[in-house]
Each structure stands twice: as C-alpha cells, then as structure tokens.
Design a binder for this molecule. Structure first.
Ligand code: BES
Ligand code: MN
Ligand code: ZN
Length: 504
C-alpha cells in the first residue's frame, strides 16, 4: 500500500479511479438532493459528468445511506471509474458511520483489484474523529481490505500493492496527515501479519513455526531481539502448568520472548502476553467434532502480539515493549493430562485440572509469572479464552478485565479511538469462590455461570504484583461462515495503547 497526499481538485484530476463521498439529505430522500463531499467544486464536477448524477442516483436507487456504494464507469472524460460511497445524513455522521463507509469502499476497491485510486473525502467534520484519525483509519482499512490468504492455494495470485492518493483541500497542512497515513498502513500490515498466522492451519503453524517467526522478525530488525525457551528450560523454571497442556502432543511447547527497545534501558517495559494454542482439541476433555477446525484460531492472541510487534518495529516509538507468547498444542493421548490431575505452576500454586479444555489459562498463568522479572509498567494478555465471552459480547467487543483502573481507561480509550472496541467486565472477589478446589490451591474451571469472568479470576491469582489487564478475544479474533478468517483484532487497540504510552 502506497499513500501520498495530494491537493489537486477533482476537476483537475485525471484518474483511473476516484472515491467520492455522498451525503443523504434529511428532508427528502430524493436522489437529486444528495450532496457530494467534494462540495466546493461539486457543481463544476457535476457539469463535467457524462450523465446527470441525480438521474443516475434515481435509476440506481442510490440514496446515500451509510456504506452504500455505486460504481460508475467513465463518469467523465478524465475518470475511468468512480466509486460513490454513502455517508448518511451530514449532520448525523459519527465515527462509527464513517468507519463503516470506509470499510465499504475499501472492500469495493479491493474486489475490483484497483491499482491506482484518488480518494476525495476531505473536509468531513466529525466531532470524535479528527482529520488525522480519519486518514489513519482509511489507510488501515484499505491495507486490511487488500489482504488475501494465498499461502495454501496451488494457484497463487500475485498480491496487489495499490497506489492511493489521499486528497486534501489546498492549504491544509499535510505533514500530520502523512504521518497518520503511515501509522494506518503500519497498523493494517500488523493486522495482516496476525491474520496470516491465524489463518494458517495447525499442521503448518505449530509452536515451533511461531518460534521461527519470532527469530525471523528479530533478524530483520535491529531494535528487536528474540529468545525461545525450550520445554527443558520451562521445566527448570517450574512451569508445570504450561507443560501440562503440551504433555499430550508430539509438538513441543515454546515460550517465545521478543524484546523491543525504543527507549532507555532504565525505562520499565510494557508487556504483552499472547495465548498461542496452535490447535485446541480440548485434550482428554475432547471437544465435539462440529466446527472444530476453527480451533486453529486458538493462537490468535499470540498472532495479535506478533502483529503488534511488527507494527511497533515499523513505527519505532520511544518505548520498551516485551512480548511473551505461550505456544503449545492441546491434544489427547496416553501422555496427556487427565481430568483431576494436579500440576504445580511457576508461582508455586497448585492447580487441579478439572477440564483439560480450559487450557488457555494453564499456559497463560506461567507466562504471566514469567513477566514479573521485567518489573513491567503494565501487562496485557490477549487470549481466545472462553466461549462464554462470545455468548456475552458476540463479535463486536473484546472482553476487558483488569486489576487497575488507569490501565482499564487507557485500553478502553485505545479501543474507542481506533474502532477496535473493548468492554469492561467485572473481576469481583464474589466470583473467585467458584474456583475452589478440595485437593489443590485452585481449580482450573469455575462451573457454568460467568465462564469468561471465572477464567479471568483464575489469571488474576498470578498477576498481583503489577497492573494487569486481560483481553478475551474469543468473539473478535475471527469470523465464521462464508467469510471465515482471522480479523487481525485487537492489533489496532494494542498499537494505539502503546503509541499513547510512548515518549513524544
Ligand atoms: N479456546 C477455547 C475457547 C473458545 C471456544 C474460543 C469457542 C472461541 C470459541 C478454550 O480453550 C476453551 O475451550 N474454553 C472452554 C472453557 C471451559 C472448559 C471452562 C469453553 O469456553 O468452553
Ligand atoms: Mn480449550
Ligand atoms: Zn483454547
């Protein structure tokens, strides 16, 4: 994705493809009352069109509602293709509507394999989304839209790397917009890294594969180092909980540590911890067969950590970030952990494994204990942890649990600013009773009620020494059905959170 900022007006613009916003009119839904976003020169532009736009809108039933698109070929003698995108009523335009319109035209551009486009969406005023944020979001969405998963197809189409001109009114300072576009591209690329890892099947994307990805990233960036702990090294650290998950698999678990240094050594880092179950069969507490293929996405927390680290090395903010990925495969076998088995975690706490399908918390608790050695400013873990979170919040919001009010507010804000939203769930002591075990310090499940909360409560026993938040992305990390695939969330949220923490 190649962005540049231009100030040419649409009448002077010779283009293969333009994108123009169209407002619906409040009083009359009649097409001839629609207003183009290129308002100042709209009349001139309309005069140059081969057809009357009003008649065309009428014929095509185009009413300018949010996200509606209309492709017009040869709109005038200089423009091959125009993509008109509805923005809804002008005075009712919100950040959410702007985002959904952006997603719409991005999909149309990608679907039409457009290689060069000119975007005329300047002078849009939205209270909660300034020009820079608008530009950043456009760049992110377009980068996201052009992604295709081709690695496992025998006929590989060449990826398209389009050139996009982002048009601003004359006189608007372009430096901050250029910066915002670069951030958007980096975030989009990070999301695509996360999607690619998520979409790869379990027989390719193993814990060892993930470890090699970390080494690869470190080789290509001076600011990043990678260290991998083997099962032997994990055993020496006493990570009996993490190792109880990989016990049934031929694939050895890997603890992957990446350190990004963008600030002075003395500055304590922010830590991201990712759940990297490269396939979750449930283990001896075997999952039902239907839809089990989707459990290849059970490493999407880890994938989002990889995606975010990619974005961070690209943007080089002045901050120190440590990424810890707990990678393992959850399989049933004669060596697998059995329900009722008791394991000892790195913290010394003993855990009764009542259900081997609640494995995410078992790998995360040891990774979270390992994080203590960094004396972190904050620790955020990201995990496809519970089906219960999907029941509670669906696919729109990530579940957010935290032991720290400031961290909660920072993450919620990062989500709202980027449209990659999270919603806070309670982490009250009242729920903790559900994890009582008659035989060990803790049980790994808390019964049918409040499943996503008791999972978070389990983790909270291992995070008492630092500000910590847990993001349950079970509902937001991938789509099912015809559009099955990883989404790349919550890379925008995480990146925004870290950028806001970096020194300016
Ligand atoms: N990876 C799953 C959670 C999951 C399930 C995410 C479905 C998205 C869709 C996790 O390891 C799991 O199996 N959790 C169990 C916990 C239960 C045994 C307490 C669940 O949610 O059913
Ligand atoms: Mn599971
Ligand atoms: Zn799982």
């Amino acid at each position: 994705m190649n962005f540049s900022v231009k100030t040419t007006s649409i009448e002077q613009c010779k283009s293969h493809c333009v994108v123009i916003g169209v407002y619906a009119n409040e009083k009359s839904k009649k097409a001839n009352s629609l207003a183009l976003t290129i308002k100042d020169d709209a009349q001139e532009f309309e005069k140059s069109c081969r057809v009357s736009l009003a008649t065309l809108f009428d014929h095509e039933n185009f009413s300018g509602q949010v996200g509606q698109t209309l492709v017009v070929h040869q709109i005038n003698e200089h423009i091959n293709k125009a993509i008109l995108v509805g923005l809804g009523e002008k005075d009712k335009l919100t950040a959410a509507k702007y985002r959904s319109s952006t997603a719409s035209y991005s999909r149309v551009l990608a679907k039409n394999a457009v290689k060069n486009a000119d975007i005329f969406l300047d002078n849009i005023e939205i209270e909660s989304l300034n020009q820079g944020q608008q530009a950043q979001y456009c760049a992110e969405k377009l980068t996201h839209a052009y992604y295709r998963f081709t690695q496992c197809k025998s006929h590989q189409k060449k990826p398209i790397n389009p050139k996009i001109n982002f048009h601003l009114e004359k006189g608007v300072p372009s430096t901050s917009v250029k910066q915002a576009l670069a951030t958007g591209v980096a975030v989009g690329k990070g999301m695509n890294v996360a999607r690619e890892l998520g979409n790869l099947p379990g027989n390719i994307c193993t814990p060892t594969y993930l470890a090699n990805e970390a080494k690869k990233l470190a080789r290509s960036h001076k600011t990043l180092t990678a260290k991998i702990l083997s099962e032997k090294q994990m055993a020496d650290l006493g990570m009996g909980s993490l190792l109880s998950v990989s016990a049934g698999s031929k694939e050895p678990a890997q603890l992957i540590i990446m350190e990004y240094k963008g600030a002075a050594k003395s500055q304590r880092p922010h830590v991201l911890v990712g759940k990297g179950i490269t396939f979750d069969t449930g283990g001896i507490s075997l999952k039902p067969g239907g839809g089990m293929d989707e459990m290849k996405f059970d490493m999407c927390g880890a994938a989002s950590v990889f995606g975010t680290m990619n974005t961070i090395v690209d943007l080089a903010p002045k901050i120190n970030v440590v990424a810890i990925v707990a990678a393992a495969e959850n399989m049933p076998s004669s060596t697998a952990t059995k329900p009722g088995d008791i394991v000892t975690s790195m913290s010394g706490k003993t855990i009764e494994v009542l259900n081997t399908d609640a494995e995410g918390r078992l790998v995360l608790c040891d990774a979270l204990s390992y994080a203590e050695r960094y004396k972190p400013q904050s620790v955020v873990d990201i995990a496809t942890l519970t089906g219960a979170c999907v029941v509670a919040l669906g696919g729109h919001a990530t579940g957010l649990f935290s032991n720290n009010e400031q961290l909660t507010q920072d993450l919620l804000k990062a989500g709202n600013d980027t449209g990659d939203r999270a919603w806070q769930m309670p982490l009250w002591d009242d729920y903790k009773k559900q994890l009582k075990s008659n035989f060990a310090d803790l049980a790994n499940i808390g019964g049918r009620e409040a499943g996503s909360i008791t999972a978070a409560c389990f983790l909270s026993h291992f995070t008492e020494s630092y500000p910590w938040a847990h993001l349950d992305i079970a509902g937001t990390a991938w789509l099912s059905g015809a559009n099955k695939g990883a989404t790349g969330r919550p890379v925008p949220l995480l990146t925004q959170y870290l950028l806001a923490k970096a020194d300016k």
